[in-house]
Ligand binder design. Sequence first.
Ligand code: NI
Length: 136
Amino acid sequence: MRITVNRKAHFNAAHRLFRSDWSDEKNLAVFGKCSNPHYHGHNYELIVSVTGEIDPETGFVMDMKVLKGLIKTEIEDTFDHKNLNEEVLEFKKLNPTAENISVVIWNKLRSKINKTLDLSVTLYETPRNFVSYSGE
Ligand code: NI
């Protein structure tokens, strides 16, 4: 029997979506308001989901204290109140779309979580726009 535990987290961050090889007009046409050269912020909501067997000794899939700590050190400390384009290494050459942020978050957490557990992340960029990634 496999079961999923979920932890919610939150960070505020600024970004700009653009390609330097495109004109301002094309960036605006494709990325809309998110192409603003002066950056803008989002209140990102993150759900981290871990699936596995229940440990018969503890009754846990994963100790939520550990998961909370991992999200803080790996994600919140890196992204919260940051300009993603300027301050987060992964986005120096990668557009910080919700899709790409989700993949970066998944990769950061995946390396820290027991391989017997499945990992999925869901990232809300706005209350209505959200992305899910499970590493496939
Ligand atoms: Ni945006």
